[in-house]
Design a protein around this ligand. Structure first.
Ligand SMILES: NC(=[NH2+])NCCC[C@H](N)C(=O)O
Length: 304
């Protein structure tokens, strides 16, 4: 498989592949330096989640040119913030491949390739493994149960949060993924998620070490209580954002956040709370069940 470092233009990465790529994330809100994306060349709505089923029922079909335009805007915003964008080469038979979040997670111990529950997404993991091999990046692989990256939040040093619907991420996969964190003494918080909401990242995302946004009414009360006990505040968001993917944002670190242009309520609330926010139109992706968080797989973050 071809690794196309130059796919997204010069940016901070330049056209020369970096000699050494590191997979390292200790917190969702440290400064993002490197991210893995995949251009949506073959994006097609697959009726495997509630949002896409509804979009299809309403007659939605993807507009390839518009999806690419929106994705390019995302890449531009990332590069403006000096984030190096690394690309997986899109494959024709993988319609959800642009949602790179779900197939791998960078951890304090390097890259972990996940095991998606949806059969049509398994080939994406093979593509990630091939690319990491070309990058000479060691990868740990989850094999015993299913787990998808939209459920994983490496919240901050010492705290791992994992959503579990039983449909996408199940107990066996979650425990296999969490094992090194537990072994290192991390606190592991599990959050039950209703399968209609697909992943935890459609209803909850961190914006700072002690602050998150979330659809409070959809979050498990025991989980919310556990966050408060750990001094993590939640800026409450309307329930409807779960389906519009408005809560599905990306922290760039240093109180900078990328949000969806459709859900101005998030932008307004975050600006009011002192965050610098860039809005991006992601309507083509939202209709396919994913937002900005799903489109980005942080590869490396460093303390702000
Ligand atoms: N992290 C996320 N929420 N990813 C969204 C993935 C959407 C994709 N259509 C799926 O159902 O698998």
């Amino acid at each position: 498989m071809r690794v196309d470092f130059g796919a997204f233009g010069a940016g901070t990465a330049g056209n020369v592949p970096p000699a050494y790529l590191e997979s390292y994330v200790v917190s969702e809100t440290d400064r993002l330096t490197d991210v893995i994306l995949c251009p949506p060349l073959h994006l097609t709505p697959v009726p495997c989640c509630a949002v896409t089923r509804e979009a299809l029922a309403a007659g939605f079909t993807t507009d390839a040119a518009e999806a690419l335009r929106q994705h390019n805007m995302l890449v531009e915003a990332l590069e403006r913030h000096r984030v190096r964008c690394h690309s997986l080469a899109p494959l024709r038979d993988l319609p959800d491949m642009c949602f790179t979040r779900d197939i791998g997670v960078a951890t304090p111990w390097g890259m972990t390739a996940l095991n998606p529950a949806m059969p049509h997404r398994r080939g994406e993991v093979d593509a990630l493994l091939e690319t990491c091999a070309e990058w000479k990046m060691p990868v740990r692989q989850i094999t015993r149960g299913t787990i998808e990256g939209g459920d994983v939040c490496v919240a901050r040093e010492g705290l791992l949060i994992v959503g579990m619907s039983g449909e996408r991420s199940c107990a066996a996969g979650v425990e296999e993924f969490a094992a090194p964190f537990r072994a290192a003494g991390w606190d592991v918080l599990l959050c039950p998620v209703h399968a209609d909401h697909l992943h935890l990242d459609t209803i909850f995302c961190m914006v700072e070490k002690d602050e998150a946004i979330g659809c409070l009414e959809l979050l498990d009360p025991t989980f919310v209580e556990a966050l408060y006990e750990r001094d993590i505040k939640i800026i409450p968001m309307p329930t409807a954002l779960s389906f519009s993917l408005g809560c599905n944002i990306l922290s760039l670190g240093g109180r900078r956040v990328l949000t969806s242009a459709t859900d101005t309520v998030v932008t307004t609330a975050l600006r009011k709370a002192g965050y610098a926010v860039d809005e991006i139109d992601i309507s083509q992706f939202a209709a396919c069940g994913g937002g900005i968080h799903c489109l980005t797989q942080p590869l490396r973050r460093i303390p702000a």
